[in-house]
Design a protein around this ligand. Sequence first.
Ligand SMILES: Nc1ncnc2c1ncn2[C@@H]1O[C@H](COP(=O)(O)OP(=O)(O)O[C@H]2O[C@H](CO)[C@@H](O)[C@H](O)[C@H]2O)[C@@H](O)[C@H]1O
Length: 946
Amino acid sequence: MASSIGGSLPFISETKSEKSLLLRNKTSRFPFFRNLQRNSLKYTCLNSTSSSSSSSPSSSSSSSSSVVRLRKNSKAVRAIGKGLEEADNDEESSEETLQANIEKSKKVLAVQRDLLQQIAERRKLVSSIKSSTVDLAEDDTSYEEGDNSILNARIVDDKETVENQNKNVTAFSSTYAQSTAEQKPETLPSTANRIGESESNYGKDLSKENDWSDPLPSFLSSMPEASTLKVEKRIDLEEPSQEVVNDQKDTPENEIKPSKPPSDKGRTVSGTFARSSLNAVKKETTVKKNWSDPLPPFLSSISKASTLRDEKQVDLEEPSPQVIDDEKAGGERDEEKPPPLAGANVMNIILVAAECAPWSKTGGLGDVAGALPKALARRGHRVMVVAPRYGDYAEAKDAGVRKRYKVHGQDLEVTYFQAYIDGVDFVFIDCHHLFRSREKDIYGGDRLEILKRMVLFCRAAVEVPWYVPCGGVCYGDGNLAFIANDWHTALLPVYLKAYYRDHGLMKYARSTFVIHNIAHQGRGPVDNFVTLDLPEHYIDLFKLYDPVGGEHLNIFAAGLKTADRIVTVSHGYAWELKTPEGGWGLHGIINENDWKLRGIVNGIDTKDWNPECDVHLSTDGYTNYSLETLQTGKPQCKAALQKELVLPVRDDVPVIGFIGRLDQQKGVDLIGEAIPWMMGQDVQLIMLGTGRPDLEQMLRNFESQYHDKVRGWVGFSVKTAHRITAGADILLMPSRFEPCGLNQLYAMKYGTIPVVHAVGGLRDTVQPFNPFEESGLGWTFDSADANKLIHALGNCLYTYRDYKKSWEGLQRRGMMQDLSWDKAAQNYEEVLVAANSFNVWPEVLGRGSKKRERTSKRKAERESAERQVGRRVAGLQAFVLCLESGRRCIYTVPGFAPPGEWGLARIRDQSWERVIRRRSGDGTIDGGGIVIRGGRGRLGSPLRSS
Ligand SMILES: Nc1ncnc2c1ncn2[C@@H]1O[C@H](COP(=O)(O)OP(=O)(O)O[C@H]2O[C@H](CO)[C@@H](O)[C@H](O)[C@H]2O)[C@@H](O)[C@H]1O
């Protein structure tokens, strides 16, 4: 019988020690179970008793001890048990007596069953109350609105029911409690409940932990347990213990799944826990709100817990700031702050330029200096822009740093102003004497004066990472990359080398020199060298002889030679620079340094130059427009432009725009040559520019001569530039050379069709229209010739008039391009990484061959290299870059990757040094470096293949 009962009721069949073990297991996983353990063991005895007494009359001792226990625990049970004892002692009893005893036994069982039944019902009731409080907590609105009558009635009903139910078990539980000397008072109220928990599992397999759970995590489902509440409370108010977190993770029914895969595991777990805790707190508070004292014991304890959290209640309707912060922090970090796009290549970048939009701008350089750094910052780099302070810039505050420099015998004080905008530190170097006086004409003054400005600017700029704290911390030279731009800052790489690197300082700061326009080189007499304040032997870097300038001092040349990398702003221009026509006397140096030159096409600032949100289109009849509203928005802008410039407001006439410096480069004179033809067409021409006086006058003449068709705006107006770009149908760019050109990019973004001379960046960015395939972005002409311009413009006008669909296709294709800086920024990053890596090479190679020296220095080299690359390097894979006689030629270790191009070198059992030496030993390398990617390991240690 016992076995059969045991078989069907595994819990009963378990030995005490087994059950104890089971409970201990539970206890170890759920802290609150520790408080249950003692009581649970008692229930185990009780259950054993009942099962024994009912299952096996022969096991009298067991039966009798059970009855003794029952007597201790309940008056009713005691009375019946007494009857049983008497029955046991009377072996000669009649059959009726036996029958009576059996009946009595049955009654005992019936009473027990009844008790169990009541307890089970009570437990159900508790569950339903809990779920109703969960509903309440979840439905804050209806609760808050005060429409609680039905709810309150139900709760009162429930409460009464609970109290009635409790009365039924009070005698049992209180007696039991009294008889249990070691029982702690605070656990008493929940005793019955625990019985309920135990007994409701009667007939179930308790080894299945599901029996202990409801949909809530187990520590929450045991809310009635006061001690449990305390545990919860502690957990809620403090960080969850690792054990608790692990318990949750380990326990299937308690799984609290993170909503997102944990990037920061600890934080996610913690955040999830905080949310769970919040729910628990909410439930408890709701209970407190609806139930008045006297409460059933287990609810009193909830009340106590709630009271203890009174100060938190305000936060409960709205989650506590801490919880929100936690969640936000987790969420934002996951969603809004993904790992940097630059990954392990993250570095400190300082872009130095003579102008920076929107504070100072005369052309495209200002645009680039204002936009490229933001794109680099978006990739995760720490980025600074250093520019002169020509005026009062509202955003920039005095950094409180003062420095003095002597330039050309003049003692000059420099101050630094600083702003942090869009993730970029903008540092403006102020020197009233040299910069502030030039607000209206930043490149004005005589040659020496300009040279002095640039000398001061570059000397101060190269030291900014040491003196100007940004966000409280100076950049320093760790993993630092300078980006110098055009001749104005070509001295920066030279100063970096002469003042610092030659002396073992800023050893791992690198410089990249960007060519926006090689036509301006900072040429001057060789005598000007003294102004540069450089060691005598540096003069060779500057001296240049060419048929145009004779022997002269060339700032641009020195920058090209000294920089670690050279970038120019398009692929086409990179090629042109190497030609005598495009190199402007520097093509020889460019060719020599071809290995470090790369073309990267500019992007555009899609916040500034975007028809959808262009601030200059929000007034005066202009409107913002998008691809969807192109057909209405753009004509509206066109009409507004015609109106503003007092031209006939006509939708059917093509409006041709020109924006740019009025100089030889921009080919504005070609427009002059084509004007007679153009005026024979039904067109309107709007030109905006400033520059050479003769060309400015030309614009004025055109306007007065063709007043019904031409407007020539002489001046610099950013607003008008934006409005022409939006209102014109066609943008003319007949530049003789154009390193990149930004206006054609802006035009395409605004649905304005470019007609350009296919040169430099214009050729790279404006694919010619192909009417057969309906492809391309505009019209190009292949030489700087007025007739060619006329031919291209004629085709364009023809399409505009007669092929509206093709025209719209051109507009849409242009607008749909991704012209943002993001791609370019990624390319710049590659260049900066290469600049950083390149110079590992001579330092690694340049050591003596003696083994001891090698060993002692290797560590320092390795550490330096690691510092420079900014992380542990090498390991499984390495790129080995070697240079051969000025040709860009990248080798890898023979046998492991194809030579002559980038390749993956899987280097087996070869030390870093041996790799280098083997290559250098066979005479194929006369310069070069190493780029290391990924993996773990250390430079200098054996590199093993995976
Ligand atoms: N009168 C005026 N009023 C208002 N705004 C005016 C203006 N004249 C010009 N601009 C603006 O200045 C910028 C000119 O940029 P460009 O790239 O066309 O020429 P720039 O030759 O100065 O730049 C050099 O550097 C850039 C950046 O690398 C290269 O794209 C380019 O080919 C190279 O010559 C545009 O934003 C344009 O709207």
